[in-house]
Design a protein around this ligand. Structure first.
Ligand code: COA
Length: 254
């Protein structure tokens, strides 16, 4: 079975992370499937809403570390960058249902979703520094904007997880539900949205976002250059090597 399930029903495209045994970590092939799904949803007038969902125990562990080591994104056309451009410029409503861990891009992608429903077991983290990397997905702009600088610094410099209640308090999450109901909640809201006039949805989203569209694209491009460079540098090599060897990283020499 595919690692990304794409399902269209009643005007709603649902993209499901389906690699639970690897905690829904995302490979280049999965990014390509997500980017293709978004492109299809953007082009198809019959699709009005997109939902991202995972499993009740895990949303996504972020980049698949081995896959990233083996085939680091080399150009702006790499699947991960295609996905990030797709989600950040998507004109129709996007909903996410998050239960369990949402690591790295599993959290940063949520800043590009319009509505987020979280299981009470949701744990959000952006451990880029701990991996010798820097933020991506314009999170270095959007996280301080939403959470305030000091909470953003805690999330991005320390890279420690924060949980559903904290995410609700800062406005990253719309509602907390039992993990077994997260996906169903997102689906119910998606159907509600899909019944509304699509031109009004698109125009309202455009107007809400227009003030920062260019800034988001700029920040994402700059982050992408740094992230791509840092991925090849000693700190990331050490962090990723340590993850693969199941040991603590030693940054004393990098
Ligand atoms: N890339 C590759 N493999 C991953 C992965 C990732 N991002 N996240 C988890 N896995 C693998 C684990 O190595 C493990 O493999 P194994 O069974 O061969 O040992 C398997 O998935 C299960 O993960 P495990 O760590 O045992 O699950 P857990 O429930 O204890 O913890 C997480 C879940 C998500 C908190 C933890 O796996 C984690 O922190 N993953 C790394 C997240 C990360 O740093 N992502 C990169 C962001 S840029």
């Amino acid at each position: 079975m595919s690692d990304i399930l794409t399902h269209v029903d009643a005007g709603v495209m649902t993209l499901t992370f389906n690699r639970i045994e690897r905690k829904n970590s995302i490979t280049a092939a999965m990014y390509a499937a997500l980017a293709d799904g978004l492109a299809q949803a953007q082009a198809d007038a019959a699709i009005r809403v997109v939902v991202f969902q995972g499993h009740e125990t895990v949303f996504s562990a972020g980049n698949d570390i081995g896959d990233f080591l083996n085939q680091p994104p080399a150009t702006a056309e790499s699947p991960v960058f295609r996905f990030l451009r797709g989600i950040s410029t998507f004109t129709k409503p996007v909903i996410a249902a998050v239960s369990g861990p949402a690591v790295g891009i599993g959290t940063t992608m949520l800043f590009h979703c319009d509505l987020v429903y979280a299981g009470d077991n949701a744990a959000f983290s952006m451990p880029f520094v701990n991996l010798g990397l820097c933020p991506e997905a314009a999170s270095s702009l959007l996280v301080p904007q939403l959470m305030g600088y000091h909470r953003a610094a805690e999330a991005l410099l320390l890279g420690e997880p924060f949980f559903a209640e904290a995410a609700l308090e800062v406005g990253l999450v719309n509602r907390i539900v039992p993990p077994t109901e997260t996906n169903a909640t997102a689906q119910a809201v998606a159907r509600k949205l899909a019944a509304k006039p699509i031109s009004s949805l698109i125009e309202t989203k455009r107007l809400m976002k227009k003030g920062q569209t260019a800034q988001v694209a700029d920040q994402m491009a700059e982050e992408g250059v740094s992230f791509g460079r840092m991925l090849r540098e000693p700190a990331a090599r050490e962090a990723f090597g340590a993850f693969m060897d199941k040991r603590k990283p030693d940054f004393s020499k990098v």
